[in-house]
Design a protein around this ligand. Structure first.
Ligand SMILES: *Cc1c(COP(=O)(O)O)cnc(C)c1O
Length: 437
C-alpha cells in the first residue's frame, strides 16, 4: 500500500510525515492536519482480518500511516500501548458493545493517548529531543493523556481543565500524579481551555522555548490509532455471526475524534454500513447534518460531560474528507441527540433488561441505537462504542439505579491521594507564566 503523507486542511503546509504532524500537533496558523488520502486495504488483508489478534489488526491498519516505523517496531509499540483487552459483548438481540474502557483510566481515550505516548517516545529517543505537551480536557482526555505520558522521559505535560466541571474522580486522576504531569485548573469552560491551548500553540516564544505541542484529539497521533478498533469490532462481530452483515456503529460523540477515526476505517474498506453520531444536548453536529450550516455554540453541561463540546474541532476533518459536501456526509453519518432524562432512563432500562451497568456516555449511544431500531425498524446489528467504565460516574449510576456500586479498586486508591493543581483565570497571560516557569 502507498505510504500516507499529511497536510494542513488549508493547504499551507503539505508533504509532511507522521512524525512531523505528531510532534507539531497543529499547523502554525491553527489549521488541522489530515492524511492527504485514506489508503484502501488490499482485499486480501480485508479478508483475513477476522483471523488476526488485536495487535496484528492494529498493525495492518496503521502500517501505511507510519511508513518510517518498521513493522516489528510498530508491533512492539502496539503491544506496550494496548496492554488491556477490548472485547465485544452482546446486550440485546442485535445490539453489541465494544468495551473500550479497560485501560488504566477506564475510558476509550487510553487507546489513542497510550499509542501517542509510545510513538512519541520512539521518535524523541531517536532524535534526543524534549517536548512539552499541552492539552485541554472536558473530563477524560486529561487523565488519559496524563497517565499515558506519566514518567515518559523527555516529556512534560500541562493539562487544562474547567474548574468545577469535571467529576471528582476525573479531577483526582489528573491532579495526583505529579512528576512530569502539571494540572492547570481554569476558572472557565472547556471551550475557554481549548481557546487557551490554541493561543499557547500560536505563541512562538512559548512554542520555541518549551518545544510545545498538543495531545488533544486534534493531534492525529491520537486519532488515527483509533481506526484500529473499528476493524477489530467488525472482525469480532463476524466471528460471532456467520451472516457477515455490515453493522451500523453508534459513536457517543463530543469533539468527534472517535467518529472521524471510524469514518477513516470505513474508507479503508472495513465493512461498516453507517455511523450514528450520538450527542447529548450539545447539538452542533446534528444541526450541521440537518441544515448544512455549521454554527458553533457555547458548550452546555450534561450528565455525559466528556461530550460537552459546543464547537467540535474534528468536524473540519470530516468536511475536508467530503469536500465540504454535507450530502456526502449524510450518506455515511446520521446524528441523534439524547437528553439527560433519556440517558438516565437508558441506564435503568439496560440494567433491567440485560443486567449490565453502563456509564452515561455509553448510555447516550445505546439510547440512540434503540431509537434507530424503533423508528427505522432497523434489523441489522448495531455496535455501540462503550466509551467509559460505569465506575467512573457513581453519582449518575446511583441516580439511575438507586443503588451504589463500589468503584473499581484502582479508582478507590486514586481518591485518597492529595490533589496538586495551579488555579488560573481564563486568560492567556497567567497560562503563559505557568508554561514558562
Ligand atoms: C471524550 C469522550 C467522548 C467523546 O469522544 P470524541 O472523540 O471527543 O467525540 C465520549 N465518551 C467518553 C467517555 C469520552 O471520554
Amino acid at each position: 500500500m502507498a505510504a500516507v503523507n499529511y497536510r494542513s486542511i488549508d493547504g499551507a503546509e503539505s508533504a509532511l510525515s507522521f512524525r512531523e504532524v505528531l510532534l507539531r500537533g497543529i499547523a502554525s496558523n491553527g489549521s488541522l492536519y489530515v492524511p492527504t488520502e485514506i489508503p484502501r486495504l488490499p482485499e486480501q488483508t480485508l479478508h483475513h482480518l477476522e483471523r488476526l489478534s488485536y495487535h496484528d489488526t492494529g498493525k495492518e491498519i496503521l502500517n501505511s500511516y507510519l511508513p518510517d516505523i518498521d513493522e516489528t517496531r510498530l508491533r512492539e509499540i502496539l503491544q506496550k500501548a494496548w496492554d488491556f483487552p477490548i472485547p465485544l459483548s452482546q446486550i440485546d438481540e442485535n445490539l453489541y458493545l465494544l468495551e473500550l474502557y479497560h485501560g488504566p483510566t477506564l475510558a476509550f481515550k487510553d487507546v489513542g493517548a497510550r499509542f501517542m505516548a509510545h510513538t512519541m517516545s520512539h521518535y524523541l529517543r531517536e532524535n534526543n529531543l524534549a517536548v512539552a505537551i499541552i492539552v485541554a480536557t472536558s473530563g477524560d482526555t486529561g487523565s488519559a493523556v496524563a497517565h499515558g505520558f506519566f514518567g515518559v522521559p523527555n516529556i512534560s505535560v500541562f493539562v487544562l481543565y474547567p474548574s468545577g466541571r469535571v467529576s471528582a474522580l476525573q479531577e483526582q486522576q489528573m491532579t495526583t500524579l505529579g512528576g512530569n504531569i502539571h494540572a492547570v485548573e481554569v476558572r472557565g469552560t472547556f471551550d475557554d481551555c481549548q481557546r487557551l491551548v490554541k493561543q499557547s500553540l500560536a505563541d512562538t516564544e512559548v512554542k520555541q522555548r518549551r518545544n510545545l505541542t498538543t495531545a488533544n484529539s486534534i493531534n492525529l497521533g491520537r486519532l488515527i490509532p483509533q481506526a484500529s478498533y473499528y476493524a477489530w469490532a467488525v472482525a469480532q462481530l463476524h466471528g460471532l455471526r456467520p451472516d457477515r452483515v455490515k453493522p451500523h456503529i453508534v459513536v457517543p460523540s463530543g469533539n468527534i475524534g472517535n467518529l472521524t477515526a471510524g469514518v477513516y476505517a470505513r474508507r479503508m474498506g472495513i465493512p461498516i454500513r453507517s455511523f450514528v453520531a450520538a450527542t447529548n444536548a450539545n447539538t452542533a453536529v446534528p444541526e450541521y447534518l440537518e441544515s448544512g450550516r455549521y454554527r458553533p455554540r457555547p458548550s452546555i453541561p450534561s450528565l455525559s460531560n466528556a461530550m460537552d463540546v459546543g464547537d467540535p474541532s474534528n468536524l473540519a476533518r470530516l468536511r475536508f474528507l467530503t469536500n465540504d459536501d454535507v450530502r456526502q456526509l449524510r450518506k455515511e453519518i446520521t446524528a441523534l441527540s439524547v437528553t439527560d432524562d433519556e440517558t438516565i432512563e437508558e441506564i435503568r432500562y439496560t440494567y433491567e433488561s440485560s443486567g449490565r451497568v453502563i456509564d452515561p456516555h455509553t448510555a447516550v449511544g445505546v439510547s440512540a441505537a434503540r431509537r434507530v431500531v424503533r423508528e427505522l425498524n432497523e434489523l441489522r446489528p448495531i455496535i455501540v462504542m462503550a466509551t467509559a467504565h460505569p465506575g467512573k460516574f457513581p453519582e449518575v449510576i446511583e441516580r439511575a439505579l438507586g443503588t451504589t456500586f463500589p468503584p473499581p479498586e484502582s479508582l478507590q486508591r486514586v481518591m485518597m491521594l492529595p490533589k496538586i493543581s495551579t488555579v488560573i483565570p481564563a486568560d492567556y497571560p497567567p497560562l503563559k507564566d505557568v508554561l514558562l516557569s
